[in-house]
Each structure stands twice: as structure tokens, then as C-alpha cells.
Write a protein that binds this ligand. Structure first.
Ligand SMILES: [Zn+2]
Length: 310
């Protein structure tokens, strides 16, 4: 993924400007969406930063010493849970040598707690064939309502760790939920014409979005989560897409645009780059603007007005 330098500078400047000089709680997260929710709930009492950028694959973040250093003095660490960050967080957390945020400590939060998890395995959990979703699908942050669960959870955690500001955290979480409900009504209206429409995604990270807005997850460019596409898989998928009239393929900045476009061209559809994580594309700085851009891109792709494989 190549981002224009100008966008990165604007984004960094924005983050610096947003950070208050003094914070009661320093919060670090594994995902930008969680940092965005944490900042909203924490308001002026919290500084929140994410280790993974919105344009990086959250499954595979290099466990660099700079990440360990970044969370050395954090009071809270918010993990996505369900092993989304299971490939790198178990290296980064101990590497920080910060006892406050290790799993089991008061400052460690598993944000998936309380979320209705989809694709929970019923039999024995196995990583056979490279499956990177061993505990169920971890991409719940593509559902606006799941983020309300996260907001309420974070308000409880922040209140426990910083009791004098508990009323503010509760009020901020309530405001977050209200804003999300109002936004969701808008997004549902925008998606209403596409109820039941089939959609192909690069990775299986869109099922919560599909479920919320009534889309049909038709297939994935990857044959299995974490396994790169093969020519044979793409040819077979393109054939079934043609039969079913499935035309929209969506992919994140950190996945292969080439494979997505190739599939879309073969199937006579369109491939559209989307951000499922805040900061993944310009104009998606927080979770609300992320969904604004995401919903309009998906609606456009499904409407067939995206103008061929892009
Ligand atoms: Zn995944």
C-alpha cells in the first residue's frame, strides 16, 4: 500500500494536535478503531494510540522494539481479542516490560468481551491450513453496534482505573452510543437498496458488516483466511460469480489490488478499495468517518456505478 506522503503528514499532525498535554490515562490499542472509541469515551482525560496503522494488516504487524517502547508507560492496553493480534501482541506486550498492561492485569482489556462473535468454531480448534481465525471471526469492528459494546466496556474499565472521572466516562460512552445509533440509521438507509446483494471480499473480514446491512458474503479472494489466492481459485470463483450475478469485489489497502481486479475483470464486475479500519484511507480518521466512507464505497460498488475494475 502506497499512501501519498501528504496524507501521512496531515494524519500525524492531526494526532499530535488532538493529544492533550496531560492525560489521566494513557491508553494503547492494537487497532485504530479501538483507539478511536477509547478517545471518544476517554475524552479529555485520555490519550489513545494504536500500534497497528489503519492501512496495515492487523493480523500481521511486525513486533518491532519501537512498538514495545510506545507502550512502556501505558496505563491501559486494549486488544481486539479472538487472536486477531495473536501473532504479534504476545511478543510486544512482554517486550514493553510494563506490568500494568499484561494479560490478567487491571490495565489489560480484551475488547471482544461481550461482543456477539460470528463463525465461532464448534469442533476442535485448529490452525490447520493456516486458518488465522481459530476462535471465531475477529473482525467485529466492521459492525457499528459492536463498537457500542466496546465503548460501554471501555467506560467501565476507565472508571475502575480512574474513579474521579467515572461520570465523564459514562456520559461519553452514552454519547458515543447515541451518535452511533443515529449514524447507523443513516447508513442503513443508504444500504437499503442492496439488501441481499452478493459481495466478494479479499479476506473474510466483512461478515459483521454484511450481516448488519443484509448483504450476502459470496466468497473471498483468499481461498481461506491467511492463504493467498491461486489462479485456479480465482477462475472458479469468477465462474460462480458470473452465474450468480455477483459483481462487487472489495479489498483493503494491505491486500493485493491486482488479484482483486483480476477476479472482478474475469467476473465482469468491479473491484473497490475500502478501509475497514479507521485511518486505512484518507478521510477515515475516526470510526464514524470510517463508516461514512465505507458505506458509500460499498453502496457505489453494489450499484454498478464504480465504472469497471478499477
Ligand atoms: Zn482475519
Amino acid at each position: 500500500m502506497k499512501l501519498p506522503i501528504r496524507w501521512m503528514l496531515v494524519s500525524i499532525a492531526g494526532l499530535l494536535a488532538a493529544a492533550p498535554a496531560y492525560a489521566d490515562l494513557k491508553v494503547a490499542t492494537s487497532l485504530t478503531d479501538l483507539a478511536s472509541v477509547a478517545q471518544f469515551v476517554g475524552g479529555k482525560h485520555v490519550t489513545a494510540q494504536s500500534l497497528c496503522r489503519g492501512y496495515e494488516d492487523p493480523h500481521f504487524v511486525p513486533a518491532k522494539p519501537s512498538l514495545m517502547k510506545a507502550i512502556q508507560h501505558a496505563d491501559v492496553f486494549v486488544s481486539v481479542g479472538l487472536e486477531l493480534d495473536g501473532g504479534w501482541l504476545p511478543l510486544v506486550l512482554p517486550g514493553s516490560r510494563n506490568p500494568k498492561i499484561q494479560p490478567g492485569a487491571k490495565g489489560f482489556v480484551d475488547a471482544s468481551e461481550g461482543v456477539d462473535v460470528l463463525e465461532k468454531p464448534t469442533g476442535t480448534v485448529s490452525r490447520a491450513e493456516g486458518d488465522i481465525h481459530p476462535l471465531g471471526n475477529p473482525h467485529y469492528y466492521a459492525d457499528p453496534k459492536a463498537l457500542e459494546v466496546v465503548a460501554d466496556h471501555l467506560a467501565e474499565v476507565f472508571s475502575r482505573l480512574d474513579a474521579p472521572n467515572a461520570a465523564d466516562y459514562a456520559a461519553n460512552a452514552k454519547a458515543f452510543d447515541e451518535k452511533m445509533e443515529a449514524s447507523l440509521a443513516r447508513w442503513e438507509k443508504e444500504m437499503a437498496p442492496y439488501k441481499g446483494a452478493p459481495i466478494v471480499t479479499y479476506h473474510k473480514n466483512f461478515i459483521y458488516f454484511a450481516e448488519r446491512f443484509g448483504l450476502k458474503q459470496f466468497g473471498t479472494v483468499e481461498p481461506k483466511p491467511g492463504i493467498p489466492p491461486t489462479p485456479r481459485h480465482l477462475a472458479e470463483l469468477a465462474a460462480t460469480m458470473k452465474q450468480a450475478g455477483a459483481k462487487a469485489v472489495v479489498y483493503q489497502p494491505y491486500y493485493s489490488a491486482e488479484a482483486s481486479r483480476e477476479l472482478a475483470t474475469k467476473a465482469g464486475g468491479v473491484a473497490v478499495e475500502i478501509a475497514t479500519e479507521a485511518g486505512g484511507l484518507p478521510g477515515t480518521d475516526d470510526v464514524f468517518s470510517k463508516f461514512d466512507v465505507l458505506v458509500s464505497s460499498v453502496a457505489k460498488a453494489l450499484s454498478g456505478k464504480s465504472g469497471g475494475a478499477q
